[in-house]
Ligand binder design. Structure first.
Ligand code: FAD
Length: 450
């Protein structure tokens, strides 16, 4: 008789948990995974994937508006939110099914219910059953932070926003992070009046502030309003279903159909039986783990957003994969958190890798050099749109090692992914200079910095 019911019990079927379960099973482990909501987790069900689909939907607003400049007459173009919403949700359903099929194909047992830790080697399921496992992996992700003011129950979060019955005429989006700025672009394009309210002056703090400044300029020119230094005071629900939002900035209250709060995501570690089992949490409630993803309890590991390291899907996936290879694949390994490329799918998008100008100056002082390309993409020339792209390269030292790349402009996420190799490979700028440009393209600016 086996000592435990499973070699591995994964709690949470999101980006990190699914990868860890699948690879562990491939390495020969007997694996179960519990998911209390929908297989695929935040990214697939109510994050990256449906968000990006809405971003694609939003691009049509400007393209249709400018179509006549490209010779096309488009009569009667109108936006139908329920149609887009339902098509996006149908694809989410399809992906959810695929995740389950892929897990089943490698023999992972799927348990569709909530699971909590009941001891170093014990998991209790919502139906009351307790099972045992040699290892437990906590991959429960994060949860949107509440508004933190009276009336917070009247605010929506990214969890609900994908399911709106109708497109809001007026929406207040609270927060200065990437989710707030992405949804500002989405709803503005759909025709909503958008106000982005942030408690402090700065938005998109981790990003190069010159690039962020360009986004703010472009967004304001489009008609997205920013209400900065405006912490929430309270949210009131009106009889007609609208909300009135009061800010602590001395300004008047603001009415809207919808208030969406996107002020960050907290690790989903509450009521999981972790403290009782001796698993140490940090002040933010994240499971404290070492580089090997192991918690303070030898048999319990954690990966992904619940560890609050870098809250991105590719990072959760890498952590899950490294865990599986280390524990079941005879290949102990850790992942690198240096130079992680990321993007904000705002309108236009921002993409970034490496140090920002402020970070580089603080660390290396005068030993850095900044290159800029501030240009009007050809498409905007034809369309008559004033929007300019801005690319920045930051180099260090006499051989000009590339230590930062920051971009705002159409398709910047697509363009930056390849260019990030220069940073991870610690290449001198000369290597990029030696690359022949693809002309005409926006990407060629990366090899033409002067
Ligand atoms: P999750 O994917 O959150 O999965 C955790 C799972 O655990 C959930 O399915 C949950 O239901 C389940 N669960 C929790 N507790 C239990 C329990 N007790 N029992 C059983 N199941 C449980 N990242 C990017 O890289 N790019 C993007 O463009 C991007 N866009 C985003 C947009 C939005 C609106 C949001 C909210 C997030 C976005 N992210 C993006 C972040 C990304 O979704 C997360 O970093 C990623 O999903 C983390 O994966 P995870 O496995 O840690 O957790």
């Amino acid at each position: 008789m086996a000592e435990y019911d499973y070699d591995l019990f994964v709690i949470g079927g999101g980006s990190g948990g699914v990868r860890a379960a699948r690879i562990s099973a491939t390495h020969g482990a007997k694996v179960a995974i519990a998911e209390e909501f929908r297989m695929g987790g935040t990214c697939v069900i109510r994050g990256c994937v449906p968000k990006k689909m809405l971003v694609y939907g939003s691009h049509f607003a400007e393209d249709l508006h400018e179509a006549h400049r490209f010779g096309w007459d488009v009569e009667g173009a109108a936006f139908d939110w329920p149609r887009l919403r339902d098509i996006v949700q149908a694809d989410v359903d399809r992906l959810e099914g695929l995740y389950s099929v892929n897990l089943g194909n490698v023999g992972v047992e799927i348990i569709e219910q909530r699971a909590v830790v009941a001891g170093p080697n014990a998991v209790k399921l919502a139906d009351g059953k307790t099972v045992s496992a040699k290892y437990i992996l906590i991959a429960t992700g994060g949860w949107p932070a509440p508004a933190g003011c009276p009336g917070e129950e009247h605010a929506l979060t990214s969890n609900e926003i994908f399911h709106l019955e109708k497109k809001p005429e007026n929406i207040i989006i609270v927060g200065g992070g990437y989710i707030a700025n992405e949804f500002a672009g989405i709803f503005h394009a759909f025709g909503s009046n958008v106000i982005v309210a942030n408690r402090s002056e700065k938005i998109l703090r981790p990003y190069d502030q010159e690039i962020v400044g360009r986004l703010q300029e472009i967004s304001e020119a489009k008609g997205i309003a920013y209400r900065l230094n405006a912490p929430l005071e309270k949210i009131e629900k009106n009889d007609d279903g609208t909300v009135t939002v009061h800010f602590r900035d001395g300004g008047p209250p603001q009415n809207a159909d919808v208030i969406m709060v996107a002020t960050g995501r907290v690790p989903n570690s509450a009521n999981l039986g972790l403290e009782e089992a001796g698993v140490a949490l940090d002040q933010a409630g994240a499971v404290s783990v070492g580089d090997d993803n192991r918690s303070s309890v030898e048999s319990i590991y954690a990966v992904g957003d619940v560890t609050n390291r870098v809250q991105l899907t590719p990072v959760a996936i890498r952590e899950g994969h490294a865990f599986a290879d280390s524990v079941f694949g005879g290949n102990p390994r850790t992942i690198s958190y240096d130079n992680i490329p990321s993007a904000v799918f705002s309108s236009p998008p921002i993409a970034s890798v490496g140090m920002t100008e402020d970070e580089a100056r603080a660390k290396f002082g005068e030993d850095i050099k900044i290159y800029r390309s501030d240009f009007k993409p050809m498409k905007n020339v034809v369309s008559g749109r004033e929007e300019r792209a801005l690319y920045k390269m930051i180099t260090r030292g006499p051989d000009e090692t590339v230590i930062g790349l920051h971009m705002i402009g159409p398709e910047s996420a697509e363009i930056l992914q390849g260019a990030a190799v220069a940073i991870v490979g610690k290449m001198p700028k000369k290597v990029l200079d030696d690359v022949v440009a693809i002309h005409p393209s926006m990407a060629e600016e990366l090899v033409l910095f002067k």
